[in-house]
Design a protein around this ligand. Structure first.
Ligand code: ADP
Ligand code: MG
Length: 261
């Protein structure tokens, strides 16, 4: 593809623990997200997906490697580059209880990134528009997180992520904790919003079926390494790595562990 990726990691590594008990969470992982693309990152629990997500949004630094947003390193320490990443790339986590402050009303939570990034204008109007865009009823802005269902809380987290008008969204197991009945609704909401707003998406999941539903290209992580990468349909039809084949076979067992590799 022409030009430069919107967001990328180059040979990123991250190790946790001491030298004697080191966990290599990521080993030389290179990822490229192109503008307007929906990239899936798939792997079983512990394969390094969330570590990669945190590194992509600079919540965490890699031990080695580079992270670039719009061609600029976000590890250089230049404030302006970090600010543009903070505004331009938003993340939605698995557990909206963890990402929403229980003491803040929904409206305050959604407005918070606007305040933090000093976005000018009428925030309350913008909050109304955002809550409507994620399908929450009028008046939701006055409620607290504990008064909402899991699906509604995740809608609030999505509204909050969209508030600063990002160019890219990272969803880390964003529907995995939801009841099966609402999972598809929230999944479709994310896909619709990404479409409508022309966003780029990194969709992280242990579930190949979900990835196939949302993404065009997928990167397979196994024990912190990229073992396979390519168009979703191609990888579904002809997986090259036994781990990918096992992930695909495990598709009907939603949330199940892979035992046969
Ligand atoms: P995933 O999101 O795919 O389940 P993670 O990125 O959460 O994988 O974890 C990858 C590996 O790194 C796991 O072995 C996990 O236990 C370890 N790990 C992740 N975060 C930390 C941390 N803060 N401290 C120590 N080990 C960690
Ligand atoms: Mg994770």
């Amino acid at each position: 593809m022409a030009g430069e990726p919107l967001l990328e990691t180059v040979a990123v590594s991250r190790t946790y623990g001491s030298r004697s008990r080191a966990v290599h969470a990521l080993s030389r992982v290179s990822l490229r997200l192109w503008e307007g693309e929906r990239l899936g990152v798939v792997g079983e629990s512990g394969s390094g997906k969330s570590t990669l997500a945190r590194i992509l949004v600079a919540l965490e630094r890699p031990d080695q490697g580079e992270v670039r947003f719009q061609g600029r390193s976000v590890l250089s320490g230049r404030r302006q580059d970090l600010v543009s990443l903070r505004k331009g790339v938003q993340i939605i986590f698995q557990d909206p209880f963890g990402s929403l402050d229980p003491r803040l009303r929904v409206g305050q939570s959604v407005a918070e990134p606007l305040r933090a990034l000093r976005v000018p204008g009428d925030h309350s109007r913008r909050v109304q528009q955002l809550l409507e865009a994620v399908g929450l009823p009028t008046g939701s802005e006055r409620l607290y997180p504990h008064q909402l269902s899991g699906g509604q809380r995740q809608r609030v987290a999505i509204a909050r992520a969209l508030a600063p008008e990002p160019t890219a969204l990272i969803a880390d197991e964003a529907v995995s904790a939801l009841d099966v009945s609402v999972r598809a609704q929230v999944l479709n909401l994310i896909a619709d919003l990404v479409d409508r707003l022309g966003l780029s998406l990194i969709f992280i999941s242990h579930d190949m079926a979900v990835i196939r539903h949302v993404c065009t290209r997928v990167l397979v992580l196994y024990r912190g390494e990229v073992v396979e990468e390519g168009p979703v349909d191609q990888i579904f039809e002809a997986p090259q790595h036994p781990y990918t084949a096992a992930l695909i076979r495990s598709v009907p067992v939603l949330g199940g562990r892979i035992q046969d590799i």
